[in-house]
Design a protein around this ligand. Structure first.
Ligand code: DC
Length: 219
């Protein structure tokens, strides 16, 4: 059995946290596919490439020298972790992510992350497009309200002023964009198990995911 778990879902559902915890617990590798789109958006921006210049974007995507080392994202030998994690970094990623040619150029790079040692793959189209044969596909979601509240809490706890109504609007706008794009729209794979984390703790989600992995003989 291929040791591979895909976790897709909307932004803010807790995929990043849960995938990192699963990968640590299982001793598997982690693919943060959103970071790849963020790095590409960042590279395009710093090189002055317009989001409509598909040929240039594909060229950058194919040659992208990106490495993930101990939670740090390294582009061309430079640590870009902080830059790509900002709201602006998310926006730049979402400008390049809907382009089919860009997604095609990044496909093999993502597939290369699968190893015999095991992989947890976090994204929007991991179970539908990148790893359609994965033995366990999870669709991790939460209501827009729950996701907005989590984001609000994160920001205010970090001392950043935030407005819940404004955050909720942004969450809904991001969902709309991710779910309605023509190429690789966000949706559960037909054989995915959906977990709604709206009213669940991290421990509860973790134990549900581990149970699923056991049921599929992955661990
Ligand atoms: O998960 P994230 O916020 O880091 O994703 C950044 C952007 O990349 C977001 O606009 C969705 C997009 N994305 C995608 O289109 N496909 C993926 N597999 C992962 C992310």
């Amino acid at each position: 059995m291929t040791k591979l778990i895909t976790v897709d879902g909307p932004s803010g559902a807790g995929k990043g946290t849960m995938c990192q915890l699963m990968a640590n617990e299982l001793g598997w590798e982690l693919l943060d596919s959103g970071a790849i789109y963020r790095v590409l958006g960042h590279a395009a921006y710093t090189r002055g490439i317009d989001k409509t210049d598909v040929d240039a974007l594909v060229d950058v995507a194919l040659k992208l020298d990106v490495r993930f080392i101990n939670g740090q994202v390294i582009l061309d030998g430079e640590d870009v972790t902080a830059e790509i994690r900002t709201e602006e970094g998310g926006k730049r990623a979402s400008d390049v992510a809907p382009i089919p040619e860009v997604r095609a150029a990044l496909l093999q790079r993502q597939r290369n992350f699968a190893t015999d040692a095991g992989l947890v793959a976090d994204g929007r189209d991991m179970g539908t497009v990148v790893f359609p044969d994965a033995p366990l596909k999870i669709y991790l979601t939460a209501s827009a309200e729950a996701r907005a509240e989590r984001r609000y809490k994160q920001l205010t706890e970090a001392g950043v002023e935030a407005d819940l109504t404004d955050i909720l609007e942004k969450v809904n706008a991001r969902d709309e964009q991710d779910m309605n794009r023509a190429t690789a729209p966000l949706k559960p794979a037909y054989d995915a198990v959906t977990i709604d984390s709206s009213n669940m703790t991290i421990d509860q989600v973790m134990s549900e995911m581990m149970n699923l992995a056991k049921q599929r003989d992955l661990i």
